[in-house]
Design a protein around this ligand. Structure first.
Ligand SMILES: [Zn+2]
Ligand SMILES: [Zn+2]
Ligand SMILES: [Zn+2]
Length: 150
């Protein structure tokens, strides 16, 4: 877990550099993301998880903290089309993985392989447009839900 402690320390330092106070509640929110590293949490999810430790935390505090962390690039804010933003750590790797979103149960899986470099090369060749990044979401049905389709 030493690696996480390092990540956590780095994030704390970045917050301090931007003169944001690292209140115990904000620390707990950060730890919640570290403990759920493979999840895509909404503000409500975070609120429910943090409430166990801080029963008097308000959802406005959660929203504000998530805003700050996203603004500093610590969290990546995602819109999966279900009307609520979901957050995850943005520093896990250089390339932002792609998301597979189930239209039935809302499960979000990740897809790491990037097969788009060749497409980006074609775009550059045909349009002289230099692609620096892309944002791609796949909507469909997870394996579990495929069995329930009528
Ligand atoms: Zn599903
Ligand atoms: Zn993700
Ligand atoms: Zn990609």
């Amino acid at each position: 877990m030493e690696e996480w402690n390092n990540v956590y320390e780095q994030i704390c330092e970045r917050l301090r550099n931007h003169s944001y106070k690292l209140t115990p509640q904000r620390q707990t929110i950060l730890k919640t993301f570290l403990e759920n590293i493979d999840q895509h949490l909404s503000a409500e999810d975070v609120y429910q998880l943090v409430k166990n430790q801080y029963p008097d935390i308000g959802i406005a505090t959660v929203y504000r903290t998530l805003d700050i962390l996203a603004e500093l690039g610590i969290l990546q804010k995602n819109d999966f089309g279900d009307g609520r933003s979901r957050y995850e750590f943005s520093s896990r790797n250089e390339h932002h993985h792609h998301h597979l979103i189930c239209l039935r149960c809302g499960e979000v899986a990740e897809f790491d392989d990037d097969l788009l470099e060749s497409l980006e090369a074609v775009i550059f060749k045909r349009s002289q447009f230099k692609v620096m990044d892309h944002d791609l979401k796949f909507f469909g049905y997870c394996q579990k839900c495929q069995g329930t389709l009528s």
